[in-house]
Design a binder for this molecule. Sequence first.
Ligand SMILES: Nc1ncnc2c1ncn2[C@@H]1O[C@H](COP(=O)(O)OP(=O)(O)OP(=O)(O)O)[C@@H](O)[C@H]1O
Length: 253
Amino acid sequence: MNRDEPSGPILRAAGLVKTHRPEGGAPVHAVRGVDLRIERGEFVAVTGPSGAGKSTLLHLLGGLDRPDSGSLWIDGRQVDSFSEARWAVLRRNHIGIVFQFFNLVSNLSVADNVELPALLAGRSPRQARTDRAELLEELGLAGKENCTPGELSGGEQQRVALARALVNSPSLLLADEPAGSLDSKGTREVLRLLARFHQRGQTILLVTHDARMASAADRVISFFDGQVVDDAHLGGGRSRPEAGVADVLKLKG
Ligand SMILES: Nc1ncnc2c1ncn2[C@@H]1O[C@H](COP(=O)(O)OP(=O)(O)OP(=O)(O)O)[C@@H](O)[C@H]1O
């Protein structure tokens, strides 16, 4: 039987469960039976208080951690039984991830940080250079190619991380508190960029404890104590995605 889904949502999860078992400590039931369906082109925020299990969920969806039980389909493939190696290939080609603390390679230049995933995906050095140059230009980082991450501001580093996540044109972008360590200017930049890529059809799943940031998305999933407690489609396929961002930017000052 073919257990893959050839078409349909970009992501589907059924009954995902994850319990952390810290050595010497009590088990933590971080994700307690999550069903989720994300359609292509959606901009979804998962929000909830600290400790609700949002990051654990994102790690499960990106294959950075494994569920104890449950099923997961990404882009039509059933992936919950994937090996590390297959997950690595899936992430390289289909899933971009940005984190709160950027996770750039500190001793590589900006250009190399962005080109590396393209080269690993099998793109020619020339194509990788072209794609990197286009993205850095678009993200306002032209001229910073030879800097190392430590020479950039937090906002610039997060834009490099975004370029790295997007260089292989992933079907799905996962963002875990991408503005969590940025000031309000950096937050605005990240929100604008997410909105811009979303308008072009990029599917985005944003994890944030910040309800104002979450309202930039067109669907907000509230997470509490390891479970989905609300799933709100804002504006029913908002015709102007920028409207949500504009509201947030006003609030952010
Ligand atoms: N590797 C781990 N080992 C043990 N416990 C963990 C681990 N990772 C997370 N936890 C615990 O699981 C629960 C959920 O954590 P998680 O980071 O997923 O929540 P969160 O909603 O993302 O919180 P925050 O907004 O503070 O990042 C918390 O109680 C946390 O302490």
